[in-house]
Design a binder for this molecule. Sequence first.
Ligand SMILES: [Zn+2]
Length: 140
Amino acid sequence: MPAFTEPRFWADAMLGGLARWLRVLGYDVRYENGISDTELIRLARVEGRVVLTRDRALFERLGPEAARYVQARRPLEQLAEVVSGLQLDTQNGRFTRCLLCNTPLEADGPLYRCPTCGRRYWEGSHVRRMRGLLDLLRKG
Ligand SMILES: [Zn+2]
């Protein structure tokens, strides 16, 4: 696996927006609604994922090696916090992963296609998201 996709994450149920933004940057982020904390902890361990959470109790169960407590409330601010806190690469993996289901995209002519959910991505939607990211990184 290329270095820029590490580390892998698990975003808790409150962090769906952050999960998507990390996927924009190419990170492998699992996000499940309606999973118990115990099951989340078990699966994150098995899959070697750092848990991102705004839940103090969950954070304390996991500890600082296995989890990161996210302070910010808005998704882009959460992204900035995680990117700077973990010194994540924000360049190399952009737009390589499906925002909806986390699968790496495949080039399909001028488009990118998700082999799992079939969603197509094209330059227009990418550029809009890219602009949001660049604004964010300038502020940071
Ligand atoms: Zn997909």
